[in-house]
Design a protein around this ligand. Structure first.
Ligand SMILES: [Zn+2]
Length: 85
């Protein structure tokens, strides 16, 4: 496990960063709310990101399964997030 994941020393979130997060999240919600086609640039392009990241990730373990890694990455990420929720 990488050392940064083992560290238990977390920095508190400053008010400035909390406000920046709230503004960014508010803009994201506005984008979702006003998307006429249902296509949300940030979310749908993130889906592509997980698809493409799945290829080399699966390729580490199996060259034969690497072409399928895109679909696996695209499907696994939402399923994992749904389980965490
Ligand atoms: Zn692909």
């Amino acid at each position: 496990m990488p050392s940064f994941l083992q560290s238990k020393d977390w920095e508190p979130v400053s008010l400035k960063h909390l406000i920046q997060f709230a503004v960014g999240f508010g803009l994201f919600l506005a984008l979702l709310f006003w998307s006429p086609t249902g296509f949300c640039l940030i979310v749908d392009h993130a889906n592509l990101l997980f698809h493409e990241a799945g290829h080399p990730f699966v390729g580490i373990f199996s060259r034969r399964l690497e072409p399928y890694g895109g679909t696996m990455g695209q499907l696994v990420f939402p399923i994992v997030l749904e389980q965490i929720k």
